[in-house]
Design a protein around this ligand. Structure first.
Ligand SMILES: NC(=O)c1ccc[n+]([C@@H]2O[C@H](COP(=O)([O-])OP(=O)(O)OC[C@H]3O[C@@H](n4cnc5c(N)ncnc54)[C@H](OP(=O)(O)O)[C@@H]3O)[C@@H](O)[C@H]2O)c1
Length: 247
């Protein structure tokens, strides 16, 4: 049985005009890193709800979520206006299967995202399990402009804490930005530019790959990875690719 509980906004961080994060105090109980819950507001007498992945890790309070303001998104346009102390409804318990429980053992874990699809990976990176299970943990985030690259303090923290294991690669598609690859993720899976940049080969033998974000990016990556011998993870038949339906 799921239930709506009251959450209280602790802070609303406006990164730029249409990118923001909410920190929300709410006792939603235990969850697994990579899961999501739903947030809701009463708007003109109607409860509008939508699922959002946790960016914060299990056990952390307040909970944290990362949002893009969708042009026609009624809820995201209301959420961006929330202030400290405002109420927001949070669904309890959490839900979803985009967790390490669904990822078979392997040497390397690749976590590929576009935009705010990076959120569940930060939740996973904040837990010991990922560092205990994988020799290499690669976070890849594709964004339109460098302004959309956020949480770089966390990236630097994991680089300091796990200098051998942790790799980060940014893609910025619409401008040149130091250290990033200019373009989109899928084409660099095809031409092997991604693995050359990271310095780690992608192979079904050694790599598990998680994909989250723009549905077209996820679809294109799955197609290209299948061409290279990777298969989707199914409960009855473990493979190498785990995907999240992000929107
Ligand atoms: N409903 C939701 O939950 C949700 C969540 C996040 C974002 N969005 C929507 O997405 C829009 C922009 O957000 P955003 O900037 O984070 O997302 P985006 O348009 O998905 O762009 C993020 C990155 O993904 C790239 N990309 C786009 N299509 C791709 C594809 N088929 N294969 C590989 N890469 C691809 C973009 O490259 P290019 O610059 O070349 O396009 C960009 O580098 C907003 O309008 C927002 O409403 C919706």
């Amino acid at each position: 049985m799921s239930d709506w509980i009251d959450g209280e906004v602790v802070s609303n961080i406006h990164w730029h005009e249409n990118l923001f994060s909410l920190k929300i105090a709410a006792d939603i109980g235990a969850f697994r890193a990579g899961q999501f819950t739903s947030l809701a507001l009463e708007i003109e007498g109607e409860r509008i709800a939508r699922p959002y992945s946790f960016l914060s890790s299990p056990g952390q309070q307040p909970l944290e979520f990362f949002f893009y303001v969708a042009t026609d998104g009624v809820l995201s346009n209301a959420l961006v206006a929330l202030k400290e102390g405002d109420k927001v409804l949070v669904k309890k318990p959490a839900n979803g299967f985009f967790t390490l429980d669904e990822v078979p053992q392997s040497r390397d874990l690749w976590m590929l995202a576009t935009g705010t699809g990076v959120a569940p990976y930060f939740s996973i990176l904040g837990c010991d399990e990922v560092w205990q299970r994988f020799e290499n943990v690669v976070l890849v985030q594709g964004v339109r402009t460098a302004m959309d690259l956020r949480y770089q303090d966390l990236v630097e923290q994991y680089q300091r804490e796990h200098p051998q294991a942790f790799h980060f690669q940014a893609f910025v598609s619409r401008e040149d930005y130091p250290g990033s690859i200019r373009g989109r993720i899928p084409e660099t899976i095809k031409n092997q530019e991604l693995e050359n940049h990271v310095g780690l080969p992608l192979s079904p033998e050694h790599s598990q790959i998680m994909l989250c974000g723009n549905p077209a990016m996820v679809k294109d990556c799955v197609t290209l990875l299948k061409d290279r011998g990777f298969a989707k993870n199914l409960r009855r038949k473990p493979g190498h690719i785990t995907t999240e339906k992000y929107w």
